[in-house]
Design a protein around this ligand. Structure first.
Ligand SMILES: Nc1nc2c(ncn2[C@@H]2O[C@H](COP(=O)(O)OP(=O)(O)OP(=O)(O)O)[C@@H](O)[C@H]2O)c(=O)[nH]1
Ligand SMILES: O=C([O-])CC(=O)C(=O)O
Ligand SMILES: [Mn+2]
Length: 611
């Protein structure tokens, strides 16, 4: 199964370009050996055994979490590093003002030095994978090379990978088709000299997460954390795919996809973009509190959307697992996530390890009397420190989700009826607002703002613009990205495109408490959205869009006073006027690149607020 680095010609594939890339990387990174991943159960066992042996993994109790593992990262390697993330487009202008840029040749020179010998003493894993369906009209292949067994095991959960993918690539090539694949190179950046013992979580203080958009190529160095290292996810399915989408006329978005069925049996599909750690996974697996309504999941993080032959916008989830925020997840907030992880086959990173071989995190029921914190320290409920990092994660197979919609397996995806944009804002933004039309909806998305979270390193709780929840994930000039959204609206039949809404589950009252109970109760908002689409629910026209009349929102059985509901829905003209300078400054960043229709939208908003 493993071969000496110098014997790469034994590579189990006829894809010559892939073989030469693997040889080239091996010659540079100088691994101890090369392992071509098959994706088999035996391979999973070997990987997880090896990870247990090095201390990276602790096996959890088989009765509590079958075939599942605990990991604690280096305390400095816990989240995406946005300041170390680069879009190395040929022309700096194509990177735009929201991304870091360096000339591709300059970046490659720096990184080649870092990669030189970086895998010494380690196994180099070659992971053939596909984002989306293998049976898609044009399967979206990738190959990740990594020196991390943790990354390899996690990739098996998060993406369709292994020999069957490689065979499909070969089949297509043999049939004379052009088989494109994204080369994705990853190293933790910690070579081992002869005899040197490994550490639990190898990584490097120097980190680079680099996308080369024209070459459709990814180079990552120094981090083992999810979004930095599982390269099929944010790096490919969002940054590189957004560039492909721009060029080919589709959309690659940071969105969940859910299926909603009414008591009358009418089915709708909703996609929703919220920034990292702002509620996508929770909404995707929502357990409705209103009788007769049913939610099924299709995706919790990424949606690829294309206009179908019928003129509607069809969405697929390119992923194969959930990489969810652990803290706050419990039987009340997300019972379906709990059921998914309790089946097992999961990896938990940076949560607490209990004495009976289970995991725990803040917000979970039944705190243990004693545990080991994510930092490896003894922890009790009296401890001042958190047991789990706020960005601790579970990594679990999507197929285990008890409410997974059958459509998940359909390569065509589902036709989207509504798109929600949402952020985490204590003030100003009402519970739900309906856009007047696609351009207004694009304006809502382009001006979306949210308080920063622990999903990225840096200060938490700072309000920033996060357009379409894609700020860290747009692989090109964000002004061009707005233009692309406008074009999708212009080139297609408005009546068939989804309606756009803006939501905020996080508005606070004067005491700092949430005005809206959220989680399962968000089904009430989904119901209003669907009723608006069907022309049933009432709304009031406000300067910012259509907001529910208090009577139109179903609050039966909800423990909220009419005043609280009114506060959650309020459009405060003064608060909105205070938003304008921030939006203006944001738009000015893009200069010529900003679509003029977005300036027109802003002028209209100002005029309505002044009227
Ligand atoms: N108050 C409130 N909190 C929520 C709600 N939905 C989610 N949260 C909290 O928001 C945090 C993140 O939620 P997730 O659903 O994991 O966020 P996500 O958007 O999937 O995050 P990423 O995986 O980082 O992209 C958790 O701590 C949740 O408990 C809600 O409706 N109301
Ligand atoms: O990318 C990650 O590591 C996790 C995630 O979904 C996000 O941050 O949006
Ligand atoms: Mn995400």
């Amino acid at each position: 199964m493993t071969a000496d680095a110098t014997t790469a010609p034994t590579a189990p594939t006829t894809l010559t370009e892939l073989r030469s890339w693997v040889e080239e990387v091996a010659a540079l990174a100088k691994p101890r050996d090369i392992h071509w991943c098959t994706g088999s159960d035996e391979e999973w066992s070997e990987l997880t055994d090896a990870l247990v042996a090095t201390g990276t993994f602790v096996k959890l109790d088989e009765a509590k979490k079958p075939n599942s593992f605990y990991a604690a990262s280096d305390p400095t390697d816990v989240a995406r590093v946005e300041d170390r993330t680069y879009i190395c487009s040929v022309d700096e202008k194509d990177c735009g003002p929201t991304n870091n840029w360096m000339a591709p040749a300059e970046m490659k020179a720096i990184m080649r030095k870092l990669y030189d010998g970086c895998m010494a003493g380690r196994t180099m894993y070659v992971i053939p994978f596909v984002m989306g369906h293998l049976e898609a009209e044009k399967p979206m292949f990738g190959v990740e090379i990594t020196d991390s067994a943790y990354v390899t095991a996690s990739m098996r959960v998060m993406a369709r990978m292994g020999t069957h993918v490689l065979r499909r690539m070969e089949e297509l090539k043999d049939a004379g088709e052009e088989v494109a694949w994204v080369p994705a190179l990853h190293s933790v950046g910690m070579p081992l000299v002869e005899g040197q013992a490994d550490v639990k979580w190898p990584c490097n203080d120097t980190k680079y997460i680099v996308q080369f958009p024209e070459e459709r190529m990814i180079w990552s160095y120094g981090s083992g954390y999810g979004g930095n290292a599982l390269l099929g996810k944010k790096c490919y399915a969002l940054r590189i795919a957004s560039v492909m989408a721009r060029d080919e006329g589709w959309l690659a978005e940071h969105m969940l996809i859910l299926k909603l069925t009414s008591p009358q049996g009418v089915t709708k599909y909703v996609a929703a973009a919220f920034p990292s750690a702002c509620g996508k996974t929770n909404l995707a697996m929502l357990a409705p509190t209103i009788p007769g309504w049913k939610v099924e999941s299709i995706g919790d993080d990424i949606a690829w959307m294309r206009i179908g032959e019928d003129g509607r916008l069809w969405a697929v989830n390119p992923e194969y697992g959930f990489f969810g925020v652990a803290p706050g997840t419990n039987e009340h907030t997300n019972p379906n996530a709990m059921k998914t992880i309790n089946i097992g086959n999961s990896v938990f990173t940076n949560v607490a390890l209990t004495e009976d071989g289970d995991v725990w995190w803040e917000g979970l029921e039944n705190p243990p009397a004693h545990a080991t914190s994510w930092k490896g320290e003894p922890w009790t409920p009296e401890s001042e420190e958190l047991s789990s990092h706020p960005n601790s994660r579970y990594c679990t197979p999507i197929k285990q989700c008890p409410i997974l919609a059958d459509e998940y397996d359909d390569p065509r995806g589902v036709p989207i009826d509504a798109i929600l944009f949402g952020g985490r804002r204590k003030t100003t933004i009402p519970l739900v607002t309906e856009a007047r039309d696609w351009v207004h909806g694009t304006f809502m998305g382009a001006t979306l703002s949210s308080e920063t979270t622990a999903a990225a390193t840096g200060a938490v709780g700072v309000v920033r613009r996060d357009p379409m929840a894609m700020l860290p994930f747009i692989g090109y000039n964000a002004g061009d990205y707005f233009n692309h959204w406008i074009t999708v609206g212009k080139d297609n039949d408005a009546a068939k495109l989804p309606k756009i809404f803006y939501v905020n589950w996080f508005r606070r009252d004067d005491e700092g408490g949430f005005l809206w109970p959220g989680f399962g109760e968000n089904s009430r908002v989904l119901k209003w959205v669907i009723e608006r689409i069907d022309g049933q629910a009432e709304a009031v026209e406000t300067p910012i869009g259509h907001v529910p009349t208090p009577e139109s929102l179903d609050i039966e059985g909800l423990d909220l006073t009419p005043e609280q509901v009114a506060q959650a829905l309020a459009v405060d003209v003064e608060e909105w006027k205070a938003e304008i300078p921030g939006i203006t400054e944001w738009f000015e960043k893009f200069g010529e690149q900003l679509p003029t229709v977005l300036w027109t939208e802003l002028d209209g908003l100002k005029a309505r607020l002044d009227a």
